[in-house]
Design a protein around this ligand. Structure first.
Ligand SMILES: Cc1cc2nc3c(=O)[nH]c(=O)nc-3n(C[C@H](O)[C@H](O)[C@H](O)COP(=O)(O)OP(=O)(O)OC[C@H]3O[C@@H](n4cnc5c(N)ncnc54)[C@H](O)[C@@H]3O)c2cc1C
Length: 303
């Protein structure tokens, strides 16, 4: 029976694990190695680590944790978790192994879903990105497309003007209103409503988008709207509440209070899975720290 079991060893889970380890709490962190930003070549906007590769960041974080004897990292997938009658948690690995803990901290990240356009998946995390704060600097001054319809597309395109003067909003077949067209024109943003056939470029690079009428538009970067979904129903199955917010970056998140408690005794959630603000590494580290500290305090109080 460990003090805490953490599901996920991304920025949130590792940060929670470090906090619990330093509080001398026995902790098992379980992960199957699918941190969401591994597709990107660098992390943008994480103070102290700006512009460096995600894999290096996770290796450095795991090395820091290795110095603490009460924390253990395990490779594996948790398929199921349940709260026992005595208030402790039982988790089941994909291979059937069972582990037990007094508290459970969910940090499983999210499933980022982007538009299904041929050639987009291969460029995701590189020339195709979802977050200007993460990757806008890297593609600054390039001819850039924004792929999103309606008000979201308008907002994304106008916001990108800080990064590049050459922006084309692609609505992929949906129509902009006269008011929206006037706003774009006034902001110096071009638009094209034709349906897309796909993205083109050598290897994983982007050099153009192709329309279904066979013509091309030369662009070397593209901002797309991504929706974030829970990777499993585990949080709901445990009794936590999950809500969908339709902000500019759609997020289906676990509801937590400001100490990252879910409302289910002994169950905490952190990182992308529990964020109500645009997701980022900095927010994941901060929420993991707070969730870990809250769990440590509750365990010390004899939870
Ligand atoms: C392509 C891309 C690029 C990005 N670039 C940036 C950037 O430059 N700067 C920035 O600030 N943010 C960036 N982000 C956002 C940032 O990566 C996330 O906000 C951050 O990784 C969230 O951390 P997390 O720990 O919550 O989740 P994750 O990093 O996704 O980690 C969750 C971990 O949980 C594991 N897991 C899930 N379910 C289970 C289970 N059942 N059993 C075991 N393990 C499980 C997964 O394998 C994964 O390793 C980017 C996101 C994407 C998609």
């Amino acid at each position: 029976m460990r003090d805490c079991l953490v599901i996920g060893a991304g920025a949130a889970g590792l940060s929670a694990g470090l906090t619990l380890a330093r509080a001398r709490r026995t902790t098992l962190i379980v992960d199957f190695g699918r941190q969401s930003n591994l597709a990107a070549s660098s992390i943008g906007g994480l103070l102290g680590y700006d512009g460096r590769p995600p894999a290096e960041y996770y290796a450095a974080a795991r090395a820091e944790l290795a110095a603490y004897p009460s924390v253990e990292l395990a490779r594996g997938e948790i398929r199921q978790a349940s709260r026992q009658e005595d208030g402790t948690y039982e988790v089941t690995f994909a291979d059937g192994r069972l582990e037990y803990a007094r508290t459970l901290l969910l940090a499983p990240g999210m499933d980022y879903r982007y538009p299904q356009v041929p050639g987009l998946a291969e460029r995701w995390g590189g020339d195709v990105f979802h977050c200007p704060f993460c990757h806008g600097w890297e593609v600054r001054d390039r001819p850039t497309a924004v792929l999103a319809a309606g008000a979201v597309g308008l907002h994304g395109a106008m916001n990108l003007r800080a990064y590049t003067p050459d922006i084309t909003l692609l609505t992929n077949g949906s129509e902009l209103s006269d008011v929206q067209q006037a706003q774009l024109a006034a902001g110096g943003v071009k638009w094209d409503e034709r349906p897309l056939a796909g993205l083109a470029g050598e290897g994983s690079r982007l050099s153009a988008v192709t329309f279904t009428d066979g013509t091309d538009l030369a662009v070397s970067a593209m901002l797309v709207k991504a929706f974030l979904y829970q990777r499993s129903t585990m949080a709901q199955d445990l009794g936590a509440t999950v809500t969908m917010s339709d902000e500019h970056l759609g997020v289906e998140s676990i509801v937590v209070d400001r100490l990252f408690r879910t409302g289910v005794p002994g169950l905490f959630a952190a990182g992308d899975a529990a964020t109500s603000v645009p997701p980022s590494m900095a927010a994941a580290v901060a929420s993991g720290y707070l969730a870990g500290a809250t769990a440590a305090v509750q365990i010390a109080a004899g939870y």
